[in-house]
Design a protein. Structure first.
Lengths: 654, 190
């Protein structure tokens, strides 16, 4: 019997209709944990570098993290993995909500989908019973409509569903996969689902998840609970409100958006608007938000409740996540939250990414204003900024006219449009739209994270630390109580917080390269652990002083699975997964030259120093000058199969 | 005689539909304790309709009359911040599972009824586990003493009759009984 996990993978071939239940090797759990780790292994084994994203040979994996289905708070994440149509690298995106728990309860750790169905279908999993069902009647239906219709069809409101909308069906490169409360938005995995003619996956399970040492497991959960309550009541002092709490973050409960609105760039990531957050704006935003919120919504086994059901007159209801409440309005340069919430409603029903989509539309507006796109390309393009965004959104998801090109994202669209449009592609890294932040002085920590974070999203690598030096009066208190620090790094990291911002201890040369490496590694490793366990980053890797950390996570894994796992073992396993993800991408061509933040991310750049930072970091992680994990690193991590493949392909020398 | 009464109370505004109560309830009642987790084994279930923003926890209880308080008590509030009319539900205890939900509280496999026992255990817990796990305080618990008449233990037959009375009312039951008695007498049976 396997504890914590199921050890069973559901293999679905949509081309042939074949469905199999396959046992995963027990030793994989110790090596790759679960979630992203096992996804990366399956991708490595089955999807060679020659496989195109839109090919029946590309696989799409829906995985429940290792601890999903246990009583661990917030262990509810689905980790979806495939080859991204946008970056052509490994795309992994996650979502919360209730779906992953149902998959686990139905008896599976993951579903591996390959092939392409002859027409639109959906998958219905009810414990052992698995069916591929006709979904032609759901064609063109929105994400939420699809979920509601399937619940009705199956006559069961307890069925949990993942679905794509029109965008996914039409293979928009930044389409999302949505569930009621959660969306896997980044890197266009919804388009892969659409390419496979898979409209939705409905699942319901009733089989209990077993724990190896149940008593001690629940004791850890109780301490986690106490710390969640403590942190919800004790915001971090000296950081903006939105960073002071835990959660995913608390965009629905907090109204103070000065930090986002004044520090993040508006338009096509161009303008910072200091002073935009006036008393009047604050009151208006707060009122709109209060009126729109119908109910706070939580993910499976997490009462924190970071999302909310929004009801706006004339719009279908939806559940808003993260700060997409601001991304559209900022990109459109419209100081009106009502507009932001309305367009987000339509976008989520279409199923598109709330980060990339507004940027693509702002990019189109910019091209139009600069005469690169004209009325000939965009007949009937309105003049009102709000109408423009709705106009563009409708065309992108239907791939009509200019929308067909824009549906590929800024990088590919710029090259297809030509006529100098490439110059306006200023905010992508590895062909993917980055956070709309434009700052002054180079931040060496963030330089490394933007350059090397293969998830393509800064929020999926940052965490644990304040983003700017703490005001002096708060530093002592901050370091006094900091149980999350990894063993052996306590004094070093505390010293960093105490000194950072004093005298010459400022960016770009502080922290020094070696300390930057350690800080970046810590932040990234914690994210990789979450991606494997399925614990929400909002309780773990993303916020400052989270309830989950490197000291209690190994206990939970040990007590759940029966695998003895120390802090060091867990760190090593996460490092292995991190390197395996990189290996997949290296094999697909990722090299040093692509590891760079957008050029205008900071005004003050130090090209030579940046390269020194990157080289130091590569060495620190055991990668060579090109960022390729060395043979020694791979062997140490028991990734010999990667080393062999690299040597065979000539990527590494003997 | 005074009797200790424990009740669960629910604040629907605070419930986010996360099912933490279901998770820990099923784990707590597993043998050995916490070894298994599955909401299907839980004695409390949350009715969820995310798009309409409706979450209603219901507990599996001992015999309850076929009437769901949620139909009567909870309705839309004019206050945009609140979905539910406060004055109505603060006075109501959490509803016991009634007719539409009864099917939910059956143990998968065996079909045995699942009933909330307020996490009775030895030594007793400070509060039921669902209350503890629901740290947003959507579920709380109250204990109070109530004056009760000393009740005579009901015999099986009395119980059966009482449930008939509950279902059909005194009048119908006594009429039916009278008819039966009458016909038996007519047959010369008695």
């Amino acid at each position: 019997m396997r504890y914590g996990e199921r050890g069973v993978s559901l293999e679905v071939d949509l081309s042939t209709g074949n469905i199999e239940k396959v046992e995963t090797p027990p030793e994989w759990t110790e090596l790759f944990l679960g979630g992203l780790g096992i996804n990366a292994k399956l991708m490595w084994d089955r999807v060679g570098p020659e496989v195109e994203p839109f090919s029946p040979d590309n696989i799409l994996i829906f995985s429940a993290g290792l601890l999903v289905g246990t009583p661990a708070f917030g262990a509810n994440r689905t980790i979806i993995t495939s080859i991204s149509p946008q970056t052509l690298y490994l795309g992994f995106s996650m979502l919360g909500g209730h779906w992953a728990a149902q998959l686990k309860l139905a008896g599976y750790d993951q579903i591996v989908v390959k092939g392409r169905a002859p027409h639109l279908v959906y998958l219905w999993i009810n414990d052992d019973k698995v069916e591929i069902r006709d979904a032609r009647h759901l064609k063109g239906k929105s994400t939420y409509e699809t979920m509601e219709l399937i619940r009705e069809e199956l006559r069961d409101p307890r069925v949990e569903i993942l679905a794509i909308g029109l965008a996914g069906e039409n293979r928009v490169y930044f389409s999302s996969i949505e569930t009621y409360r959660g969306s896997a938005s980044r890197l266009g995995l919804g388009a892969i689902m659409g390419d496979k003619n898979l409209k939705a996956i409905a699942v319901k399970g009733s089989k209990p998840v077993n724990l190896y040492k149940p008593g001690p497991f629940v004791e850890v959960c109780e301490r986690v609970r106490d710390y969640i309550i403590y942190r919800l009541n004790n915001p971090i002092k000296g950081v903006p409100p939105i960073l002071a709490y835990i959660g995913s973050p608390q965009e629905m409960k907090l109204y103070d958006e000065q930090w986002h609105l004044e520090n993040f760039a508006w338009g096509h990531a161009r303008v910072r608007r200091k002073g935009v957050w006036t008393k009047e704006v604050e009151e208006r935003f707060a009122q709109v938000q209060r009126n729109a919120i119908k109910k706070y919504v939580g993910c499976y086994n997490c009462p924190v409740g970071c999302a909310a059901t929004l009801a706006l007159p004339g719009m279908p209801n939806y559940i808003l996540k993260c700060y997409s409440k601001l991304t559209y309005l900022m990109a459109a340069m419209v100081d009106d939250l009502e507009f932001g919430l309305r367009i987000a409603a339509r976008a989520q029903h279409y199923g598109v990414d709330g980060f990339t989509t507004p940027q693509v539309m702002a990019f189109a507006v910019e091209l139009y204003e600069n005469g690169i796109l004209t009325d000939q390309d965009m007949p009937g393009f309105p003049s009102d900024p709000q109408e423009r965004f709705f106009w563009l959104l409708d065309r992108i998801v239907r791939r009509e006219g200019i929308g067909d090109v824009l549906a590929k994202g800024v990088y590919w669209a710029a090259r297809e449009i030509g006529r100098g449009a490439e110059k306006f592609d200023h905010n992508t890294t590895r062909k993917h739209e980055q956070m709309t932040i434009k700052l002054g002085m180079l931040n060496p920590i963030y330089f490394l994270m933007y350059a090397t974070g293969e998830k393509g999203n800064i929020t999926q690598i940052e965490g644990q630390l304040p983003q700017a030096p703490l005001p002096r009066e708060y530093r002592e208190e901050f370091v006094r109580d900091w149980p999350q620090l990894p063993t052996g790094k306590e004094e070093r990291f505390k010293q960093f917080i105490l000194e950072w911002g004093d005298g010459d201890k400022v960016f770009p040369f502080y922290p020094p390269p070696d300390l930057c490496c350690e800080l970046v590694e810590w932040q990234e490793i914690m994210h990789y652990i979450d991606d494997c366990t399925g614990i929400c980053a909002g309780l773990s890797s993303f916020p400052i002083k989270p309830p989950y950390h490197i000291h209690n996570l190994p206990l939970l894994i040990s007590y759940a699975t029966g695998i003895e796992m120390s802090e060091e073992d867990l760190w090593t396993a996460a490092t292995r997964v991190r390197n395996l993800v990189r290996a997949n991408n290296i094999r697909r061509g990722l090299r040093r030259e692509e590891e760079k933040p957008p050029e205008d991310h900071w005004k003050k750049r130090f090209p030579e120093y940046e390269q020194e930072l990157l080289t130091t970091y590569y060495r620190y992680r055991g990668w060579n000058e090109e960022g390729i994990p060395t043979k020694e690193t791979l062997q140490k991590l028991k990734l010999d199969f990667v080393a062999e493949d690299f040597i065979k392909r000539g990527i590494l020398k003997e | 005689m005074k009797k200790k009464v424990k009740v669960l109370k629910i604040d629907l505004d605070k419930c986010v539909g996360c099912k933490a109560c279901e998770v820990i309830c099923s784990a707590f009642h597993a043998a050995p304790k916490y070894s298994l987790t599955s909401p299907e084994f839980s004695r409390i279930r949350v009715f969820r309709d995310e798009l309409r923003g409706t979450f209603i926890p219901v507990k599996g209880s001992f015999y309850t009359k076929a009437e769901c308080p949620s139909r009567v008590v909870y309705f839309q509030n004019e206050n945009p911040l609140s979905d539910w009319k406060r004055e109505t539900y603060v006075v109501c205890s959490m509803c016991g599972a009634a007719c539409p939900s009864r099917d939910l509280f059956k143990e998968p496999g065996t079909g045995l009824p699942l009933k909330c026992d307020m996490c009775e255990s030895d030594p007793p817990l400070e509060e039921p586990m669902c209350v503890k796990w629901c740290f947003v305080n959507a579920i709380t618990h109250e204990e109070f003493e109530e004056e009760v008449r000393e009740e005579v233990e009901l015999e099986e037959l009395d119980m059966a009759l009482e449930s008939l009375v509950d279902r059909y009312g005194w009048e119908k039951v006594s009429n039916a009984f009278g008819r039966m008695l009458f016909s038996k007498m007519g047959e010369g049976g008695l």
